[in-house]
Design a protein around this ligand. Sequence first.
Ligand code: UDP
Length: 264
Amino acid sequence: MEVSFFGSRVQALSMDQVDAYLEEALAQGKKTRIYTPNTEIVMEAKDKAWIRDLVNSGDLRLADGIGLVIGAKMKKIPLEERVTGFDVSIHLLQLAQREGYKVYFLGAKKGIAQRAAQEVEEDYPGLVVVGSHHGYYEKSSLDQDLTQDEEEIIEEIQRLQADIVFVGLGFPVQEVFIHKASQRLGRGVWIGNGGVLDILAKEQKRAPEIFIRLHLEWFYRLIKNPSRWKRQLAIPKCLIQVITKKNAVKIVREDFNENESKGN
Ligand code: UDP
């Protein structure tokens, strides 16, 4: 099933379905772009067609935000379970460990991606992180040519034959990079996963399990980092629109057509 939130289309998939999709995509070497829009992203995409199109061009588009889960519930749309970018990232590491896929980390402040690589190689014996690069370099926007820095990073990913690339540059910079880089290389599983490298490097803590289970991760982040409050206004704003706008959230297709999603 696919659900539109103000025009951003997310797929209602369980973790098992995501795993099956990724196993097959990796086995076949299919280019796969994974985006995990949260409430803030969907609210921004609402008024910006280029962001909406970018999000919708992802092969896997998973709703990662409490505003979306509640919004869907209010419309009695079952979003099965919440599959977060963090969980998908961990499953990709496990898959890489099991099947010998090569991983590349891009993003975060200098030294973090490298530290994350060391930590995961320790935590997942046998897993190989073939390379890493920090996220503070010159970037191009969607309609510009790649910068020299970007060309070099993409060349490195190609040379090292990475199968899975974590791109943690924040939204929408990471989605723009994935769009361009995956188009250039035509293969690989690419995930835009925000601050995941900071967590893997043990630089930042994820919310304790109890907050996650109670859907209060947003609250944990808020108390840890109060300056986020402005960004988190997206959550009530989203819910008000869901209540007042009839077609804000709606089912746009009942099935999940893998071939179509993978083909574009
Ligand atoms: N980041 C980066 N390059 C930039 C801006 C941000 O690598 O130019 C990294 C930042 O260090 C962090 C990650 O992107 O590791 C996520 O940033 P943020 O928390 O702003 O994004 P969110 O995922 O919360 O939208």
